[in-house]
Ligand binder design. Structure first.
Ligand SMILES: Nc1ncnc2c1ncn2[C@@H]1O[C@H](COP(=O)(O)OP(=O)(O)OP(=O)(O)O)[C@@H](O)[C@H]1O
Ligand SMILES: [Mg+2]
Length: 234
């Protein structure tokens, strides 16, 4: 399918999702709340538990819709460029999503200052760092975030010592909602699709190298153009 057609379909789908799914879902959430209130003093625990489950699933769907909207909006190229302070960027990310105990993260910078839009780069790194933690199979792990120059690009890598990603799954992990985690409800499987899209619409590209050492570890590499791309997304 043509990329343009795919984008058009996605926009259409997102519009429908946001308008036609959001309000009935809210309606269901309200109904669940009212039923719970009407149950009175000593409701059956099983009923209460099932109502909670309904509420949880509704909340999950609401998150999914919010993420879809985020994904569709990522098509707009964020034009405002700032000088990226790489260590500050990583600190910002870790302030909002602190690493769990047992995990460490090293930042190394060997790059000229980069003028680029802050939010998309932050979103990209946030997703990659979150994945390095979330999909790690051990209680402790090491993450390395590197920034270096590579010709016209700034090369940013997020490397972990987790389980790695097998050859047959390498392409699939970048597709929407294809995460095995989606089934285990550890995640929606949206992060990498969003990340790749953000990188590409800004004129960059992305690559996954895995395994690294002893059949383990993954390294996600992002080439971000040092000169912002002119937007022609219309
Ligand atoms: N650093 C990593 N190490 C091992 N597996 C990974 C890593 N990053 C991603 N994966 C695999 O790729 C899948 C897709 O990642 P993606 O970020 O798109 O989805 P997710 O993390 O499962 O959910 P979401 O990002 O929407 O919360 C993950 O479910 C996981 O199986
Ligand atoms: Mg993720």
């Amino acid at each position: 399918m043509e990329l343009k057609q795919a984008n058009e379909n996605l926009r259409e789908f997102t519009r429908v999702a946001s308008h036609d799914l959001k309000s009935p879902l809210r309606g269901i959430a309200d109904l669940v709340e009212w039923v719970r209130e009407d149950l009175g003093e000593n409701p059956k625990p099983a009923v209460v538990r099932n109502l909670e489950r309904i509420a949880e699933r509704v909340a999950g769907l609401e998150r999914l819709i919010a993420d879809l909207l985020r994904y569709a909006r990522s098509e707009q190229v964020d034009a405002e460029c700032v000088l990226i302070d790489f260590p500050a960027l990583v600190r910002d990310i870790l302030r909002v999503d602190p690493l769990p105990g047992g995990f460490s993260l090293d930042v190394s910078v060997d790059a000229e200052p980069l003028s680029a839009p802050w939010t998309p780069i932050e979103t990209v790194l946030r997703n990659l760092i979150a994945n390095a933690v979330k999909h790690h199979d051990l209680a402790s792990g090491r993450i390395a975030v590197d920034f270096r120059d590579d010709g016209w690009y700034c090369l940013m890598s997020v490397t972990d010592d987790g389980p790695g990603i097998p050859e047959h799954a390498k392409e699939r992990v970048f597709r929407l909602f294809r995460s095995p985690g989606a089934a285990k409800r550890t995640g929606l499987g949206l992060g990498l699709a969003l990340t790749k899209r953000l990188v590409e619409i800004h004129g960059g590209r992305m690559e996954l190298v895995s395994p690294l050492l002893d059949q383990r570890g993954s390294s996600f590499r992002v080439w971000w153009p040092r000169t912002p791309r002119r937007t022609n997304n219309g």
